[in-house]
Design a protein. Structure first.
Length: 288
């Protein structure tokens, strides 16, 4: 039964890995991958010696730290609240509602955000006008965008994680709660002493998987949602968008490959380190 999955994994994830050598070559289309001359670490130098290297690394890491922490809290809160809904029809309605943003294309999300933040006809500026506040040029001021991107990411991603946590919660034996109720435990006590400890392995797994991609960013979120506005680059430019823009301007495949190898190597080290830390605290909650 696992054979189709293994074959797909091998074809889709392992065979293409030979392309890593592009990060160490001056690739040209005439000579191909193997015929192109070796460049050593020159492609990596381009990435690290760029004046934007610090900014894009800072943005990528800090945004992901914010996404992981905020989405974790909100997802658990939503899952716990859904668990309190006893009517199955209403519960399924809320599950579908929370999951819907996850399956919406980021392009559509970008235009939804634009409908709120448009300078002339945006909903937010219209509301500000009711209070006699001058309209804000959202797409020209980078100061607002760390908050906007965090809100958009939470709106789009919290529902998916919440469904996973909710599935883990409903799998808990109800006898634990019945015994706790008999002993006079409040809802807060049941949540902190029963629910959260029993779903801790699921929380740890999802968090470790999120940490493993801390140097990667959602391209659509950072490119499509800000409408590729140059004025917002100080707060919206990440490693992925930087590489894309460099590809558009320079067409340098070797440099793009170097950025991908750099991200993968750092993420691999991070997930090993995070898993080791979890293993030290509680061996049963670690991935391996």
């Amino acid at each position: 039964m696992t054979l189709p999955g293994i074959i797909y994994l091998f074809i889709n994830n392992y065979i293409p890995m030979y392309g890593i050598i592009l990060a160490f070559k001056n690739y040209n289309y005439v000579d191909g991958i193997w015929g192109s001359p070796w460049a050593g670490f020159d492609n990596f130098k381009f990435l690290f010696q760029s004046p934007d290297a610090y900014i894009i690394t800072r943005n990528t890491v800090l945004y992901n730290v914010a996404f992981i922490s905020i989405n974790l809290v909100l997802s658990l809160l939503v899952a716990l609240l859904m668990n309190e809904i006893k009517d199955k029809v209403i519960s399924r309605f809320y599950q579908s509602t929370f999951l819907l943003p996850h399956i919406i294309s980021m392009v559509i999300v970008a235009y939804l955000v634009y409908s709120f933040l448009n300078v002339e006809n945006g909903l937010v500026n219209r509301l500000l006008a009711l209070f006699h506040i001058d309209p804000i040029a959202w797409y020209s001021n980078p100061d607002y965008w760390p908050y906007i991107l965090i809100i958009v990411n939470a709106w789009k991603g919290v529902g998916y994680s919440a469904i996973i946590y909710f599935a883990a919660i409903i799998g808990i034996d109800k006898e634990y709660y019945e015994a706790a109720t008999i002993d006079g435990a409040s809802k807060w006590k049941q949540m902190t002493r029963i629910t959260l400890p029993l779903i801790a392995p699921v929380i740890t797994t999802l968090t470790l998987l999120a940490v493993s991609g801390i140097l990667r960013s959602d391209f659509g979120l950072f490119y499509q949602v800000p409408m590729n506005s140059g004025a917002l680059l100080p707060t919206t430019n990440t490693i992925d968008t930087f590489v894309y823009r460099a590809m558009i301007q320079l067409g340098d495949i070797g440099m793009s490959s170097a950025a991908g190898v750099y991200q993968s190597a750092v993420c691999f080290v991070l997930i090993l380190g995070a898993n080791l830390a979890v293993r030290k605290i509680n061996k049963q909650n670690s991935l391996f």
